[in-house]
Design a protein around this ligand. Sequence first.
Ligand SMILES: [Zn+2]
Length: 249
Amino acid sequence: MLSDAELDRYARQIILPQFGGAGQAKLKAAHVALIGAGGIGCPAIAYLAAAGVGRLTIIDDDVVELSNLHRQPLFADDDIGASKAEVAAKVARRINPHVEAEARVERLDEANAEALLAGADLILDGCDNFATRLAVNRAAVALEIPLLSAAIGAFEGQVALYEGWRAGSPCYACLVGDDPNREGINCAETGVMGALPGMIGTTAALEAVRALSGWGRSLAGRLAIIDMLERRWREVGVPADPECPICRG
Ligand SMILES: [Zn+2]
């Protein structure tokens, strides 16, 4: 199933007994949909492509701006004005020619979410607004796809894994409610150090690899809160809400 070139490329992770050739084969067979090729999406895309996830769908309707470059290292000066999804997909293919990376230059919303995400084995949401996150969550529950949700504030990051279609397992809305007008955190207003989304994006990539290949302690139903002002990592269980209109607990 894996060629000699692939065995060479992935040798340092295949040698891990918890992962091995079986883990690599699972990554190769996997399809990950990413929402947002921004501060979180850029490192996640780079590491998932490098790790050998077989297929990536990158969904983002934004173009690269000068003020993105301090935290979105897939992009360079001469990409300003270009589609983030298209540049990111091109870089992913350049990092690893064994990866199929497809750009979807579309804004994900309630109407198109299920069509865009159907067929994925895992969704990684690193987008910058609450309405999109709710649409992604609703589709993830309906399609029964694990949702890895990653977000940042000024000096804090959060990463959680939701399997909301399972009885007793929370979805994203169990944690935050389902009001699309809820105030989101926008780094244009709050500011952010570039390496923080880098750290959260790579954490999300590692958790995606874990979820797809199954080793160590699952993040399912748990929320990791990484505070880089004080340098603290906390983890809490997210209770399923029996009143949740999306997953009904
Ligand atoms: Zn729920």
